[in-house]
Design a protein around this ligand. Structure first.
Ligand code: AHR
Length: 627
């Protein structure tokens, strides 16, 4: 039996404690970003190659290829899909796109589409006709369609259309098709680009986020969103880094980039879209800036940091521009005016800037000049912001000058690490430092075997570690599991908190752990101790002061039951409490074929000054007691 007693001590729980870490790692294009067309603008591909045609196929006898347009739609989008129709063609011709490993067809959804087109050598007499835009099965059954009028012209025209699906298809093996009667376009060569199709989006935003994924995240009530990386901030080289200025403005002005996770980022999910969605989700951003270190292991040389830093003081730094885009005064600042022109005249909320991501991989250059160069310049310009330094482990922070107050720590390990590390933050001195556990996850079993999906043993071990976040939330101001999301058909990092397909979302066992800690965060931590060893049981008690509720979290990392007896510092007014428990047999995982193998369930219990709770093996329970 674990007897838990309380002292009079305690501390506030920061409102930022539980949130999300996000980067586009098999989860932005084709994931959070609701765009359904893959390779919509042929960004960053080499014309003439088959890879350039990824996701596209010809329909009928028309020939498609990706070309460098002689008159591109914009400097940012030099390529186009060339569609050549042989003379004498009479049957239907066109092309299809297979989406990001499928396209969902859902009854009642109105899809919004658009594309640019032109005829490089138009006939002397203009040709007019109609394209048909539709969603169809790979077998050719059309589910919804509309006609889109066109007239040949050497200059680019934009066509827009909508259609509404009247049935839901279980299979996502569907295609978007754009087709036209062959006799209308016989002998013509046309170019197309930025061919886009959106389903309804979260909060109805244009160029917005996927609804079901947003709602799944909203169900966690996350406090913050760390973005844009992660490694995807850094680029393979400095030239490839995430460059915010390429991600704002009209979609035709976004060139996209070769992301760090093996595919092209369209940057349709740009800085503005992220910030608007973060606001819609009632989160605050923790925004990272590039700090002169990239994944090829090279640091920007001290003399070259001028590009990133000195210009900041001269009002010409991409990073200062970035911050002014987010929080500047739109009436006086050019970057803030871009934000206003996109629809948000008021500044966004911004309190935290992280300087780099895992820059400890080059500790010498970070310590010698990169941290200081960026911190000094940015702090001088934006003294109201908190600057977070990146580091390796909680006990081993490098020596930086000026000394950071805020540190981001990352750890990926096995269940035993998290169980044994539950007191990692208790042993740190209270010297003013504040910690962000910006990335952590159980990635392997204790024997080292890799995990494709979180498993209950690891998720409960994470819960034990998270009791340490609650307990040490006087010095841990934020924590987020990573990675957040991955596509079931395309991934290179497992496990992830949430796995999705084009039409399903799988909440992992670790998702439910994160959700329970976030929903029952409270605003005050009550210090307590037990009479016995700290393992296998961990616990934490917090209070929601205005609701007059106490949250007793109990984590049992053993496979067998244990008993915990709480002697509360008050007598509850309600003698019946409500509880929520996540528990499952060792090895249990939520997977695409078994998405609900372990889900939380509720129960009631007798609440008094003393509460005896029998905690099942491998469980996280939250007991809610009313004062
Ligand atoms: O979360 C996946 C990766 O792990 C992140 O991009 C990086 O910061 C860490 O190494």
């Amino acid at each position: 039996t674990f007897d838990v007693t309380f002292s009079t001590a305690g501390h506030n729980v920061p409102s930022t404690l539980y949130g999300l870490m996000y980067e586009d790692i098999n989860s932005g294009d084709g994931g959070l970003y609701a765009e359904l067309i893959q390779n919509r603008a042929f960004q960053q591909v080499t014309p003439g190659t088959s890879t350039a045609l990824t996701a596209w196929a010809a329909l009928g006898s028309g020939k498609i290829s990706v070309v460098k347009s002689s008159s591109p739609v914009s400097p940012a989008l030099p390529n186009a899909l060339s569609f050549a129709v042989p003379s004498g063609t009479t049957s239907t011709v066109g092309f299809t796109n297979s989406g990001f490993f499928g396209i969902p067809v859902t009854a009642g959804w109105t899809y919004t589409g658009s594309f640019y087109y032109r005829t490089p050598s138009p006939p002397a007499t203009k040709v007019s006709g109609s394209f048909t835009a539709d969603l169809r099965s790979t077998g050719g059954t059309v589910f919804t369609s509309t006609t889109v009028p066109f007239t040949t012209s050497a200059t680019w025209q934009q066509a827009t259309f909508t259609f509404t699906a009247s049935s839901t298809q279980t299979s996502v093996q569907n295609l978007f098709a754009l087709s036209v009667g062959g006799s209308t376009v016989s002998g013509l060569t046309m170019e197309f680009t930025l061919i886009s199709l959106f389903p309804p989006t979260f909060n109805g935003r244009t160029n917005g986020f996927r609804m079901d994924l947003s709602e799944t995240l909203l169900d966690m009530k996350p406090a913050f969103f760390r973005f844009p990386g992660g490694n995807n901030l850094e680029g393979e080289t400095a030239a490839d880094r995430w460059a915010w200025e390429n991600t704002v403005g009209d979609l035709v002005d976004r060139p996209g980039r070769v992301g760090d996770w093996g595919y092209i980022n369209t940057d349709g999910l740009g800085l503005y879209e992220y910030l608007q969605w973060i606001e819609d989700m009632d989160m605050e951003p923790i925004m990272a800036v590039y700090a002169g270190y990239s994944l090829n292991g090279a640091s920007v040389a001290s003399s070259d940091m001028q590009t990133y830093v000195t210009e900041a003081i001269n009002q010409a730094s991409p990073i200062e521009f970035l911050i002014n885009f987010v929080i500047g005064d739109a009436s006086t600042n050019a970057q803030a005016a871009i934000r206003a022109s996109m629809g948000h005249p008021d500044p966004f909320t911004l309190n935290y800037i992280e300087i780099g991501n895992e820059d400890f991989f080059s500790p010498t250059t970070y310590a010698d000049y990169r941290w200081a160069d960026l911190y000094n310049a940015l702090h001088a310009e934006f003294p109201q912001l908190h600057y977070i330094a990146t580091s390796a482990t909680s006990g081993n922070v490098p020596s930086l000058s000026p000394a950071p107050t805020y540190w981001d720590l990352h750890i990926y390990s096995n269940p035993n690490f998290f169980i044994n590390g539950a007191f990692n933050f208790d042993i740190l001195s209270r010297n003013g430092l504040q910690f962000f556990q910006g990335e952590y996850a159980t990635t392997t079993q204790n024997n080292g075997a890799a995990l494709q999906y979180p498993f209950i043993d690891g998720s409960i071990a994470e819960a034990a570690y998270m009791a340490g976040f609650d307990r040490n939330s006087d010095i841990v101001f934020a924590a987020s599991y990573a990675p957040l999301l991955n596509h079931v058909s395309s991934t290179q990092w497992t496990p992830d908190l949430i796995t999705f397909s084009p039409n399903t979302v799988i909440r992992s066992t670790s998702y439910y752990v994160q959700q329970l800690f976030s929903l029952y965060k409270g605003d005050f931590y009550l210090t307590s101790t037990t009479n016995t060893a700290s393992t296998p049981v961990q616990w934490s008690v917090t209070r929601d002061t205005s609701a007059g509720q106490y949250f007793l979290k109990v984590i049992n990392t053993a496979t067998s039951a244990n008993t915990v007896v709480f002697t509360l510092p008050f007598t509850p007014s309600h003698t019946t409490g409500t509880g929520t428990i996540l528990t499952a047999a060792s090895g249990t995982q939520n997977t695409p074929t078994s998405p609900n193998a372990a889900v939380p369930s509720s129960f009631s219990f007798t609440a008094g000054k003393t509460i005896m709770y029998n905690t099942p093996g491998l469980s996280l329970s939250v007991l809610v007691v009313t004062d």
